[in-house]
Design a protein around this ligand. Structure first.
Ligand code: CP
Length: 447
């Protein structure tokens, strides 16, 4: 695997809060006159490698680069690339990133693919959506729109509705909302709740507290979801609130973020009564000043007669994608500098060969698909005890390791035994089960 000193945007966490705010100001400047920047990235070439369909992400990136004076090469369809002949993503980005292009935007159906592209490409890689994992540039557009509409992000009440399980835009958006101090109300279509690994990360990395929620009448969406939850960044007054209340009543909504059912990632799940946002939804008193958001494409979850309501901003989100992506690319190509500092070094452990005994539990992870041919499994230790929790470095899915072995004596013990605790961290090898340890050639000992 190759290592390069460059900035990528694989996760929204790859940008600090201050950097995001500074990029908003650059986007404002670009937006002031979109045609005035045609010298800024002259000579630069962007390649869009899209192995899944797209209208907005690919075309807004291409428009952004052309407006910056750069050039564009594109693979808009996997059938037109050598992926159809079996070429790996790693080989594709090694070839395209360099003499062909100075920056890559990659969309791929497998979770964790963007991290693979970033590790193998010599040039900056932007995640244009990897499976159900993340879609960080959509989040930049969403945050930018909300920030412009409301003048702030902190303390906003944002309702997330629909398929929260498979929507990559939702996952990136949640992390960012939590970081900016917005409160999140989840109203999933039953069975499509936020994945556990996203919830754990919100709690662990952002101190988010969760409570049951009731939302003032929202016809069309409230009726379909009786499992609303309130997620809020932990602040002293909110912690106090949470000890007294088990149910948060939400009477003011700043944004309703609707998502389509991500049917291309479903395995036959029922979506017959999927929520639908209509004019009557907007009649709810709590939604008086709400902004109606959607990453698009819309299928049938927002009625067309909602489009004319001044609170509907989903086409604005798409429009703001061009100046926002201009700012991002100008930054990653070093054509503008930011004063803000980059995100701090992660507190999680670096990749540990110790995770080599593990297999990612996410069947859609790139490590269990095309990456089987060439990727070394890579896990991060997230929680050291009770039991140890590791996450896949590509798709971030979590695994509980109930057995810990010694890399040299090749003996494995239960995670909570005295023997396991005596193993130095650098010698630990983690396993989910005894069978997995035995398959890796470790002997099991009681205790
Ligand atoms: N929002 C979004 O990602 O749209 P496309 O799939 O059209 O790119």
């Amino acid at each position: 695997m190759l290592e390069h000193g460059k900035r990528d945007l694989v996760s929204i966490e790859d940008l600090s809060t201050a950097e995001i705010l500074e990029l908003f100001h650059h986007a404002d400047e670009f937006r002031g006159n979109l045609r005035a920047w045609s010298e800024l990235c002259r000579g630069a070439i962007m390649a869009t490698l899209f192995f899944e369909p797209s209208t907005r992400t690919r075309l807004s990136f291409e428009s952004a680069m052309l407006r910056l004076g750069g050039g564009v090469i594109t693979a808009a369809d996997e059938k037109s690339t050598s992926r159809a002949k079996g070429e790996s993503l790693a080989d594709t980005v090694r070839v395209v990133g360099g003499s062909y292009a100075d920056i890559l935007v990659v969309r791929h159906p497998e979770d964790g693919a963007a991290r693979v592209a970033a590790r193998y490409a010599r040039v900056p890689v932007i995640n244009g959506g990897d499976g159900a994992h993340e879609h960080p540039t959509q989040t930049l557009c969403d945050l930018y729109t909300l920030w412009k509409e409301k003048g702030r992000l902190e303390g906003l009440e944002v309702v997330l509705c629909g398929d929260l399980r498979y929507s990559r835009t939702i996952h990136s958006f949640c992390y960012a909302l939590a970081r900016f101090g917005a409160n999140i109300v989840t109203m999933p279509y039953p069975g499509f709740e936020l994945p556990d690994y996203v919830l754990h990360r919100l709690r662990r990395d952002f101190g988010v507290q969760t409570a049951a929620a009731s939302v003032a009448d929202l016809p069309g969406i409230a009726g379909s979801s009786n499992a609303a939850a309130y997620l809020t960044a932990s602040k002293p007054h909110q912690l106090a609130l949470f000890t007294n209340l088990t149910n948060i009543e939400v009477n003011r909504i700043d944004a309703i973020y609707m998502t389509r059912a991500q049917r291309e990632r479903h395995s036959g799940e029922e979506t017959k009564n999927y929520p639908r946002l209509s004019r009557s939804t907007l009649g709810a008193a709590a939604a008086k000043d709400a902004r109606i958001m959607h990453p698009l494409p819309r299928v049938d979850e927002i009625d067309y007669d909602v489009d004319d309501d001044p609170r509907s901003v989903y086409f604005r989100q798409a429009e703001l994608g061009v100046p926002m992506r201009m700012a991002l690319m100008a930054f990653l190509l070093g054509r503008i500098q930011l004063r803000a500092t980059r995100p701090g070094t992660s507190s999680v452990s670096p990749g540990i060969a110790a995770g080599a005994g593990l297999r990612c539990s996410n069947e859609r992870c790139i490590t269990n698909n095309e990456g089987v041919r060439y990727l070394t499994r890579d896990f991060r230790l997230r929680e050291a005890e009770a039991p140890p929790v590791l996450s896949c470095a590509y798709c971030e899915r979590e695994i509980e390791a109930r057995f810990v072995g010694h890399a040299q004596d090749r003996v494995v013990h239960r995670y909570n035994s005295a023997e396991a605790r005596r193993i130095q961290p650098q010698h630990r090898v983690y396993f989910e089960s005894e069978a997995q340890a035995q398959a890796a050639g470790f002997a099991c000992r009681e205790g």
